[in-house]
Design a protein around this ligand. Structure first.
Ligand code: DP6
Length: 359
């Protein structure tokens, strides 16, 4: 594997200590749906990192008691066996990149700022926080790494934990996957969108309308697998490549109309892929359709630049520039709130990316 480095191990008694990172969730505008090999995406994707929805992870480490490492994982203060197993296998898969992992025992405290049941994927924020923390251990005990290489490596490793996690390593807009639209892109890690994003898109808002707060009906892994042998796969991957180019130009020129057209089409295509796969999944709920129809009607009748995107679930991300916030909020309170019942919504916006936790 790239980054394999047998020298990254302690030659005397390993240290004890604590390192932590806070890392955001992100929302994809151009969707990653379909992968091959070792977490290689079938098409490039583009997202922005959120501000409020993030995972805060602190890793406490000490010399391993036995000849292999152990992980105790606590989510919001409570032992979580499932996350513990996921982290153990993630760490195992990285033991040739960071041989020091095998010399340590870990207690990991992780907290999400959004409720676990809110339907916001915690894998992007969680895996990126873990990858950043491991890279920080390397930087603390072995050698200095400049920031560019540090975040690049963290993104590469986060990708192995969860594809979309590699985009959470940076703030603002990020591209993961090879595209002709920007010259430093790769399937191996995400990179920030180059050049200036138009002011209209710099403080973009994301109000997440909660239609359902239960666990996901289809896991990401199973979802991506549905694209293998999907009758429309080749067309879809080609379309995503084209959409990314168009969206990137719109982001740079401030073309809200094109942004809206492409973003909504990507969300609906993601769901169309799920509805036409075998087995098929219908993840939108009646309220999802009511909300997205109302957003489109409101946009058409008032000219307000607001649109939606969807993850692989029924909740609606309503996206709009800061300049439209007041109008959108009136509309939200008057028209949309009735479709979210007592689940309500989460106010978020474009964020600046991960931060080291300093105590
Ligand atoms: C619909 O990154 O969760 O949110 O690589 O299997 O962990 P794994 O999948 P994951 O897939 C995200 C799918 C998506 C679209 C996106 O974020 O681009």
């Amino acid at each position: 594997m790239q980054y394999t480095n047998p020298d990254l191990k302690f030659n005397s008694v390993p240290p004890s200590g604590e390192i932590g990172w806070k890392s955001p969730s992100n929302i994809a505008l151009i969707k990653y749906w379909g992968k091959k090999g070792n977490q290689i995406p079938q098409n490039p994707s583009l997202s922005f990192s959120l501000n409020k929805a993030h995972t805060q992870t602190t890793v406490q480490y000490r010399p391993a008691k036995g000849n292999k490492f152990s992980v105790d994982f606590l989510l919001n203060g409570k032992t979580n066996a499932a996350f513990g197993e996921k982290t153990t296998s993630f760490f195992k898969s990285l033991s040739e990149v960071f041989p020091f992992i095998r010399q340590l025992d870990f207690t990991i405290h992780s907290e999400n700022t959004f409720p676990h049941s809110a339907g916001i994927a915690s894998s992007a924020s969680g895996m990126s926080a873990l990858a950043l923390t491991l890279c920080d251990l390397e930087r603390t005990y072995f050698h200095q790494i400049n920031d560019i290489d540090f975040f690049q490596k963290a993104s590469f490793l986060a990708r192995l934990g969860s594809g979309s996690a590699c985009r959470s390593v940076y703030g603002g807009y990020t591209i993961w996957g090879e595209t002709q639209a920007q010259n430093n892109t790769t399937n191996l890690y995400a990179v920030p969108v180059k050049g200036k994003v138009h002011p209209e898109f710099q403080h973009f808002q994301d109000t997440i309308l909660l239609v359902e707060t239960g666990a996901k009906k289809v896991s990401s892994r199973a979802g991506h697998a549905l694209m293998n042998n999907h009758p429309f796969a080749t067309e879809r991957f080609g379309q995503a490549r084209e959409n990314l180019k168009i969206l990137l130009t719109a982001l740079q020129s401030g073309d809200l109309e094109t942004f809206i057209r492409i973003t909504e089409s990507e969300a609906l295509t993601l769901h169309a892929m799920m509805m036409t796969s075998n087995p098929s999944f219908l993840l939108m709920k009646p309220e999802t359709l009511q909300i997205i129809s109302k957003i489109q009607e409101f946009r058409m009748s008032t000219g307000t630049p607001v649109c939606f995107t969807l993850d692989a679930g029924p909740n609606v991300h309503m996206l709009y520039p800061l300049s439209a916030k007041e109008l959108v909020h009136d509309f939200l309170n008057q028209e949309l709130s009735k479709h979210t019942g007592n689940r309500g919504w989460i106010e978020d916006e474009l964020g600046e990316g991960p931060q080291k936790i300093t105590s």
